[in-house]
Design a protein around this ligand. Structure first.
Ligand SMILES: Cc1cc2nc3c(=O)[nH]c(=O)nc-3n(C[C@H](O)[C@H](O)[C@H](O)COP(=O)(O)OP(=O)(O)OC[C@H]3O[C@@H](n4cnc5c(N)ncnc54)[C@H](O)[C@@H]3O)c2cc1C
Length: 462
């Protein structure tokens, strides 16, 4: 192998895609991943592109923003989406994968690529600086749990502290420990087959569960996790913490939702609409859904049960759920701090870091949210670097396509509290003239996305 021309730091979703995009275009790449030599608070395997929480890549439907983004990634040669499809497990409308097989497959594919040299060690700021000093190009894809030295280096470089946000993990249980006389298979409105299992509450069991949930002991919040001073009073830390996680509806701990009102869970995470309990022939009062975690369906995760209860408390409280009385937990819920840059202030549309020649940022660090979006930003960073090596000008994707909608989010200079975002309808430009009917409006956005993406792809090729 000729000496690498580019170093990609971090072998997560973005790093593997960036390395792959470059390698497939003939560029020799060094990919440096710190695991298993060092690790993060959430990763548990040595696999590249490890799924740290859910095993879902969101909707497969091309008529959704997540489906549209996957179509565009596929067209650009995404290794993550190809291998996710090869290792899919039943997940209804979602592209769910067997996390172990998927991780192994990505690691094998990267390790076997003739243009990628994989190194396992923690990359340090001094080495980053010397690469850049030698005029080499670097893609930083160290993710939401970037190693502290690199995070500190980035904070110094960009002239301000990172912003924080929080993500939450739901517990996972063994399928064999479920009470099958109580738990029933059904997707809401029978959409998506019987991939989901449901734990039906009646009023009494629901109320007892909620009472236990809101009074259960929680893991302590460290002041630094709330973005506050180390010696801040606990009340201040708690409120700062809730304020931070409020940004992201998906990351609100279940106990915080339950605190909002006696039926708040029954109207949100546990809404029973579209479900019929075969034992009673009626809609349950509320229902906790379980989603398969692997092809064998030997593991199920508790859908939308992200929590920061202490682990022992999780076992006690979730065992009050009908059907989970003897549940064996293979993974407990946790909440993590994540790191991302204030992209509109520090990034170019090419994902180059302003003011630091040769340094590109990819993945969740850029301020997108999610496995798929992070992977997409890896592909895009790879394309940007490949064009630079070929002395070609940057061509940003038009905002009408899914890639462009994310880049528009990252570069929108409107004064705001910049926050990471999943791909969603709101990021796609509104059709003109405005179409009142929601479905027709979404169809128009999709048609515009398809046309814009094809145009961009031709420009990249041309
Ligand atoms: C706890 C948690 C749960 C999440 N759950 C979900 C979810 O369910 N669904 C979803 O869509 N998104 C989820 N996310 C959000 C996010 O999309 C994923 O974290 C995604 O993996 C981000 O991709 P990435 O490539 O940017 O970072 P990662 O996939 O985290 O990859 C970064 C890699 O860089 C490595 N690294 C860090 N520092 C160094 C260094 N100095 N040298 C070398 N290597 C280094 C890390 O070991 C890691 O492998 C979650 C995030 C967290 C933190």
């Amino acid at each position: 192998m000729t000496p690498p021309r580019v170093t990609v730091v971090g072998g997560g979703f973005a790093g593997v895609e960036a390395a792959w995009a470059l390698a497939e275009r003939g560029v020799v790449v060094r990919l440096v991943e710190m695991r298993p030599v060092a690790t993060t608070p959430a990763h548990t395997t040595p696999h590249l592109a490890e799924l740290v929480c859910s095993n879902s890549f969101k909707s497969k439907l091309p008529t959704t923003p997540a489906g549209r983004l996957k179509d565009e990634m596929r067209a650009l040669g995404s290794v993550v989406i190809r291998l996710a499809e090869e290792h899919a497990v039943p997940g209804g409308e979602a592209l769910a994968v067997d996390r172990e097989r998927f991780g192994e497959a990505v690691t094998t594919a990267i390790g076997a690529h003739p243009n990628i040299a994989l190194e396992r060690r923690a990359f340090e700021p001094a080495e980053l600086e010397s690469c850049l000093g030698r005029g080499e190009l670097v893609v930083l894809a160290t993710g939401p749990l970037t190693s502290p030295p690199i995070a500190e280096w980035l904070a110094r470089l960009t002239g301000r502290q990172h912003l924080y946000f929080y993500d939450a993990v739901s517990p996972t249980v063994e399928a064999s420990s479920l009470d099958r006389d109580v738990v029933f298979a059904q997707s809401r409105y029978d959409k998506g087959g019987d991939d989901y299992l449901n734990c039906p509450f009646d009023r009494d069991t629901y109320e007892a569960f909620v009472a236990a949930l809101v009074s259960a002991e929680r893991a302590p919040i460290h002041a630094f996790e709330a973005g506050g001073k180390r010696d801040a009073p606990a009340v201040e830390v708690e409120s700062a913490f809730l304020e931070k996680i409020r940004y992201f509806a998906g990351c609100t701990p279940i106990e915080a939702i339950a605190e909002k009102g006696a039926r708040s869970l029954a109207f949100s995470n546990f809404k029973p609409v579209g479900l019929l309990d075969p034992r009673t022939g009626r809609r349950p009062w509320a229902a906790l859904q379980l989603r398969p975690e692997n092809r064998e369906r030997s593991l199920y995760s508790l859908v939308a049960c992200q929590t920061r209860l202490k682990w022992g408390e999780q076992k006690r409280v979730f065992r009050m759920v009908p059907g989970l009385e003897r549940a064996e937990f293979v993974r407990y819920g946790v909440i993590h701090r994540n790191t991302y840059l204030d992209a509109p202030r520090v990034l170019e549309a090419s994902l180059a870091l302003r003011g630091v020649d040769g340094l590109y940022i990819a993945g969740q660090l850029t301020g997108v949210e999610g496995y798929v979006e992070s992977a997409a930003m890896g592909i895009y960073a790879g394309l940007s670097v490949a064009r630079r090596l070929a002395n070609l000008p940057d061509i940003a994707p038009p905002p009408a396509c899914a890639f462009g909608s994310l880049i528009a989010h990252l570069t929108d200079p409107t004064p705001r509290d910049f926050a990471p975002m999943n791909v969603n309808w709101g990021l796609f430009p509104m059709p003109e003239p405005f179409i009142k009917d929601k479905r027709r409006r979404q169809e128009a956005k999709l048609a515009a996305a398809s046309e814009a993406f094809d145009r961009w792809r031709s420009a990249l090729a041309g």
